[in-house]
Design a protein around this ligand. Structure first.
Ligand code: NAP
Length: 333
């Protein structure tokens, strides 16, 4: 037995001597990839906070980071409401979330953010049926779709990512205030950094570009959180917006079909480097539960830490102007 081991280790030594450069390249590349992968994984929410007796609502929780957020918060004991547009997918996700979290108190509600009527119906239902709402997570999103319109005729990405959540949050404010201390968490994106609010053409009718629209909607998420925090000062409801990282989810569903097959194949190995949905959910969970944020409101986060938002996302005048325009678009003005 020890002879065989000796033979193997001699052969290994010979191999390494003969292919020293190749072996060094493989080891360095492997170490480099592991380092990059760890760096890409970002921060982890270490909070052990429990949410027994609390109620959480998460939009778009049937897949991606919304579903992982739901598993975590249900695991902490919360009643979790999944607000989703496809009830079949949502019920299947709810089953998985109950099983993985060991918490049966996970319910599904219908919400299509591309319909203000659907948002109003959900808000009326929740106000009548729920005693409290401790954490509202505006997570649902659509990215780089063709030029589509919402039921009321607004540009789809601005309508779903911003306007729908704007109306939902405003319609649930009384419930949130009643449950204070409570939190509103809105999932934005790094994409906000190159965004601009096109006040003269908010539906981008003159010049629609899928990326331009996504960036505008994600900038709107950060400005909305900033203005909301101001308006809620002293109410006990605190507000957070965040970039979750770059994550392997279904978000690219409208983008991928527009990319040439060879480019998609080239990108495929890189997909292994980007965040898993569990990793992507960590900053949302951090903003939703971490005690250290108890007295902080209106800031922007990334990798479970505060991050400076882009200058145009810190423009109080633009935030107020966007609020007023949004309020009139959804009929709250
Ligand atoms: N993935 C990333 O790399 C990344 C990076 C930065 C920011 N984000 C943000 O993270 C959030 C979650 O995205 P994800 O990556 O988890 O994407 P995802 O896997 O595509 O999940 C998006 C969720 O939003 C829902 N949704 C879309 N349109 C809706 C509508 N009209 N009404 C109600 N729900 C709707 C989807 O429902 P269906 O399944 O029924 O379509 C799905 O549940 C988004 O706000 C996104 O902008 C993601």
């Amino acid at each position: 037995m020890s002879n065989t081991m000796e033979v193997y280790s001699n052969q290994l030594r010979e191999f390494v001597k003969e292919h020293a450069t190749g072996v060094a390249v493989v080891i360095l590349t492997g170490a480099g990839l592991i380092t990059v992968r760890r760096w890409m994984a970002g921060g982890v929410c270490r909070s052990k906070a429990r949410l027994d007796g609390k109620t959480v609502l998460i939009t778009g929780a049937n897949t991606g980071i919304g579903k992982e957020t739901a598993v975590d918060l249900a695991g902490r004991g919360a009643r979790v409401i999944l607000a989703c547009r496809d009830l079949g997918r949502a019920e299947r996700a709810a089953g998985e979330i109950r099983k993985r979290s060991g918490n049966g108190n996970v319910v599904v509600k219908q919400l299509d953010l591309a319909s203000l009527q659907s948002v109003r119906t959900l808000a009326t239902d929740l106000t009548a049926s729920e005693e409290r709402l401790d954490i509202l997570i505006n997570n649902a999103g659509i990215m780089m779709c063709p030029k589509w319109r919402t039921e009321e005729g607004f540009e789809m990405q601005f309508g779903v990512n911003h306007l729908g959540h704007f109306l939902l949050t405003n319609s649930l404010l009384e419930l949130l205030k009643k449950s204070a201390p409570s939190r509103v968490v809105t999932v934005s994106s790094l994409a906000h950094e190159k965004g601009e609010i096109h006040f003269d053409d908010i539906n981008l009718d003159k010049d629609y570009e899928p990326m331009k629209s996504y960036r505008q909607s994600k900038l709107a998420n950060v400005l909305f959180s900033r203005e909301l925090a101001k308006r809620l000062e002293g109410s006990g409801v605190t507000v957070y917006s965040l970039h979750p990282g770059v994550i392997r989810t279904e978000l690219g569903r409208h983008l991928w079909p527009t990319i040439a097959l060879w480019k998609r194949l080239l990108f495929r190995p890189l997909m292994l480097l980007i965040k898993t949905p569990w990793e992507g959910a960590q900053t949302t969970i951090y903003c939703a539960v971490d005690h250290s944020l108890h007295n902080t409101s209106g800031l922007y986060y990334s990798d479970c830490a505060p991050k400076q938002a882009a200058p145009q996302a810190c423009d109080d005048e633009a935030a107020k102007r966007l609020w007023d325009i949004s309020a009139s678009m959804v009929g709250l003005a």
